[in-house]
Design a protein around this ligand. Sequence first.
Ligand code: ADP
Ligand code: MG
Length: 415
Amino acid sequence: MGPGPEPAPGRPPARERAIAGFAAAFGGHPTALVRSPARVNLIGEHTDYNDGFCLPVAVDRELWIALRPSPGDADDAIELVSEQEARAARVTLPPPDVPPPAAAQRRTTEGWAGYVEGTAVMLAAAHGPLAGWQGVVASDIPTGAGLSSSAALELAVAAACAHIAGLPWDALAMARLAHRAENEWVGAATGLLDQLACVSGVAGHALLVDCRHGTVEPVPLPAHVAVVVLDTSTRRRIVTSAYADRRVECARATRLLGVPALRDVGPSLLAEAAGRLDPVALARARHVVTENQRVLDVAAALRAGDVATAGALLTEGHRSIRDDFAVSSAELDAMVEAALAAPGCLGARMTGGGFAGCAAALVDRALLDAFAAAALDGYHAATGLTGSVLPCSAVAGTVAEPCPGVSSPGHDRQE
Ligand code: ADP
Ligand code: MG
């Protein structure tokens, strides 16, 4: 399990920890730094694999890699150390001529190294040979909390590989590669939302994502409103959750409705065709169909500066995902109710795949402190658990850049 959402007081930021960790693990200085943000999904849950819409925000919880090209005798491998994992990931670079998914049958690593290897495999299959590098990961993104630490890691590895090999950086293409790594290599059946949000972040903006067309439109977040993450402190591993069941149920609804994807179903078609669906498929489809509309309505409301409407739609979205999609939990429900009862709250809902992790709220910035105290008290009173509150700012997406002001004789082959 990763660190909680609030880093320990006095703990240096992840960027500094990655640089210091690099010196400890490999000696000398890194030549490059990669920054990759977490994402919070404001609304649009379980719509991505139904070709629909979602509205994530890349936020200032970040994963950093400090890295350097491998020394000459080891340049066919990625050696990556993570401050939160006991075992380093050592990934032999894949031969570029083995296209996935044939390559996917050759998965060799378990645990977190699978994300590293999968990303390298997909990148090599698309772009040809990669060059080796060594690096250290430090992250302030809690894992398994619904903030998508896995996508941040994949995109950071992709950016590091691209930086070292001098590959062009095409955000959408990289998101698709990272998504394939997670689905086909790690074996987590997740949609493209995580990777797209992480790589496409724009400071001060939410991201209206059209998952069918892979397009991303920045939507300005009114400055007087904060996106607040509320961590229930409960965790569930997504790979072993009922996420895969929901995908099967959505696929069944899609088939019974005779459409390419639930994206193609409007509320009136759903009402007409309800009789063709079993009750479970109908409920799942109803969530997806109404959620797609809510995403578009929230984006329109934010653009118009109508934060009251945006907040009310978030809360409506929570009821839908709780009652029709059935992926909430007692703790997530308690956190949402506690948030809604707290001062300054415009709306709240669970965020992420569900069952555990975090909720997200839109909150009047002027009342943030009072909001946080009341929401956490309410949550504790209802569950006996200690949650945490993290006000977020929207930041830019994954990026690699040279590490400034550093020279490291003997190691920096490319300099
Ligand atoms: P989420 O993406 O919601 O945080 P996942 O279960 O999809 O949860 O991904 C979490 C996994 O990603 C971790 O168990 C670990 O394998 C990998 N991971 C994330 N961050 C790091 C990190 N800083 N160092 C090493 N592995 C990480
Ligand atoms: Mg994940």
